[in-house]
Design a protein around this ligand. Structure first.
Ligand code: NAD
Length: 370
């Protein structure tokens, strides 16, 4: 036998249920079932604690579940290594053991942070996501991308760690403010553009019911958008392929979040501008017809998402966004990958988009729309 190279193999396959339910009592039934007699360590933010998580913890306790709970201050600034260390300290001082379950109740900030903590604690304890924002329902809660931010870049410290289950209660959206709801819609519209004309048409035709938070329409929306995400990530759960349609709008979106300092522009709002920019570039290249471009921009505008830089709550210089993209280009070995829509439900990936094209696209709608 050759005494040289050995091959060590570690194959792992994960699957988990995504329950989309109407109210908290249904959510409790799913949680009690999926906890399967284990202790639940609920982690949330202070706003969601007051609105929903405290009541959820109390009800679980009345159902015989052993529950502990902690919360941290809300907001992207707290998706940080220091929050994660605080949570690890809390877990270390608790009775949570290897097979107990951490339950993340909140928006994307809670879910990303708690997932990463769960992946690190005792080399990985199971966790369940209970998303409470539309953005988390249709995006952050699915796919096991867990991370905290670093001063130098968003999501810099993280990994892939799949949840044990996702319990999405549409009822939690009742208390979400309008701006956050619209930001979540940007991620749903994106999924329609890249992979599902049906989803896009649902949002077009049921826009008013969605904004009025009609529960049945929201449930159809969340179901449709979640199904698209599950289908797309299944093909490449660990992002080995750099060509990722789900990144539509995120190249410019991330640059926009960076130049505005992660806060004044919500993630979904930045993605909306990113989608318009990508569609604009695609149209100028002759890849997308004018009618489809206008249809995409119109839907974003009709749900009151910003579609141009002047539509944002803060002033942004297009040249600063292009400069921030230059930084991202450097980190990624000189190339920027753009997802460009070519028709409703279809995209191509381009890695040769020039700064000039981006600048023109950012300028194009300036002043003409929100
Ligand atoms: P968020 O978690 O900051 O929540 C937004 C605000 O709404 C917070 O103040 C929160 O306290 C409050 N809130 C949450 N639920 C509420 C409810 N039901 N009622 C009233 N208020 C409520 O923001 P978000 O938009 O949910 O998430 C953004 C984060 O998600 C970003 O950090 C982004 O990077 C991340 N993200 C991750 C993925 C992924 O795949 N892991 C995908 C998309 C976005």
């Amino acid at each position: 036998m050759d005494a040289g190279t050995l091959m060590s193999t570690a194959i792992r396959s994960d699957w988990y249920p995504v329950h989309i339910v109407r109210d908290e009592s249904e959510a409790i039934e799913r949680l009690v079932h999926d906890l399967d007699g284990r202790r639940a360590a609920i982690v949330t933010d202070d706003i969601v604690a007051a609105r929903h998580a405290r009541r959820l913890a109390e009800t679980l306790a009345t159902r015989g579940v052993s529950v502990s709970m902690t919360s941290f201050p809300p907001g992207e600034a707290n998706k940080s290594i220091s929050t994660a260390i605080g949570l690890l300290d809390w877990l270390a001082g608790s009775e949570v053991r290897r097979r107990d379950v951490v339950v993340a109740v909140g928006g994307g900030v809670v879910i990303d942070t708690v997932g990463w903590v769960a992946s690190a604690y005792m080399r990985g304890v199971p966790y369940i996501n209970v998303p409470t924002t539309l953005l988390a329902d249709v995006d952050a809660a699915l796919g096991g991308k867990v991370a905290v931010d670093h001063d130098s870049a968003k999501n810099l410290i993280g990994g892939f760690y799949q949840p044990k289950a996702v319990v999405t209660n549409i009822g939690y959206l009742d208390t979400l403010d309008d701006r956050q709801l619209r930001a979540g819609l940007a991620e749903a519209i994106k999924k329609g553009i890249i992979a599902s004309p049906d989803l896009f048409e649902l949002i077009e035709s049921e826009r008013e019911q969605i904004l009025a938070r009609d529960p049945d329409t929201l449930r159809r929306l969340v179901h449709g958008a979640s199904a698209v995400k599950c289908r797309l990530i299944e093909r490449d759960p660990y992002e080995l392929d750099l060509a990722r349609p789900l990144n539509l709008g995120h190249t410019v979106g991330h640059a926009l979040e960076t130049v505005t300092g992660y806060g004044p522009v919500l993630h979904g709002e930045a993605v909306a501008i990113g989608i318009v920019t990508a569609a604009q570039i695609a149209e100028r290249r002759g890849l997308l017809d004018r009618e489809s471009l206008c249809r995409f921009v119109d839907l974003l505008a009709r749900v009151e998402l910003p579609t141009s830089l002047p539509g944002l709550a803060v002033e942004v210089d297009p040249a600063a966004v292009v400069a921030a993209l230059g930084q991202i280009r450097k980190i990624r070995d000189g190339s920027l990958r753009f997802v460009l829509p070519t028709a409703l439900g279809e995209v191509v990936i381009a890695d040769d988009v020039a700064d000039r094209e981006i600048q023109i696209a950012l300028d194009e709608f300036a002043g003409s729309r929100r």
